[in-house]
Design a binder for this molecule. Structure first.
Ligand SMILES: [Ca+2]
Ligand SMILES: [Ca+2]
Length: 228
């Protein structure tokens, strides 16, 4: 296991011994196990469903996810990239969303106003995107509502738009009803499969959480490679 210094740990999956055919041999050499350094919680790991969650579609409690494979060379291409927000942050500043700091502390958290808000990351150029990881405020077992993650070619989000995740079950955000599950925030973050879409811009929506109407981000990672 090799640490790449940017908070990312990539582990080659060369020796799994599971894949047999020559085609899969080639794929095996071209893929790596994508992981990220997970921040520690300040206290005991929280388990269970938070109280007073409006939605019944809560999917899981704190569990580590299975390995996620991505092409070799995949890195967090959002690190240090500019972020714009739909409203001026109440606490923190937009750039903290891609600064690599995932600490569970109020000083690491960007707080946006209540209601439907979004943050947009400009990757600076078109990338092949394989995964998006998002940490809202995971210090407590919160569930955020209307979590929608989209990618696009241009900042107007009118061209080549892909929706990677959508748990807005009643279409209250007006971007179409989604079928993804609500989830409880943990230090694992939420890993969203982007399936190699080509994108320059990544936009994440949310509409408050089960504790209050505010929106929070500690970090967003976009794992990808420059598009060829
Ligand atoms: Ca951060
Ligand atoms: Ca909704």
């Amino acid at each position: 296991m090799k640490s790449l210094g940017l908070g990312l740990i990539i582990t080659a999956v060369a020796a799994t011994g599971v894949i047999a055919t020559s085609v899969h041999q080639a794929r095996r050499s071209a893929t790596v196990r994508l992981e990220t350094n997970l921040p520690n919680l300040p206290g005991p790991v929280h388990i269970g469903t938070p109280q007073n969650v409006r939605s019944a579609n809560v999917g899981r409690s704190a569990v580590s996810r299975p390995p996620f494979l991505a092409p070799a060379g995949t890195t967090n291409v959002a690190l240090g990239k500019p972020v714009t927000t739909s409203s001026k942050p109440i606490l923190g500043r937009a750039g903290m969303i891609t600064d690599g700091n995932k600490e569970a502390a109020d000083r690491s958290c960007v707080e946006l106003a209540g209601g439907l808000q979004n943050v947009t990351i400009d990757l600076g150029a078109e990338h092949d995107v394989y995964a998006v990881l998002v940490w809202h405020d995971y210090k407590r077992p919160k569930t955020y509502f209307d979590v929608i993650v989209r990618t696009a070619e241009a900042p107007d989000f009118l061209t080549n738009v892909w929706t990677l995740f959508n748990n807005d079950h009643d279409n209250s955000a007006g971007l179409g009803a989604g079928t993804d599950r609500d989830y409880i925030e943990t230090n694992d973050g939420e890993l969203i499969d982007a399936k190699g879409v080509k994108a320059r811009y990544v936009r994440l929506y949310s509409n408050g959480n089960n504790a209050n109407d505010l929106n929070h981000y500690i970090e967003v990672e976009v794992h990808g490679k420059p598009a060829k």
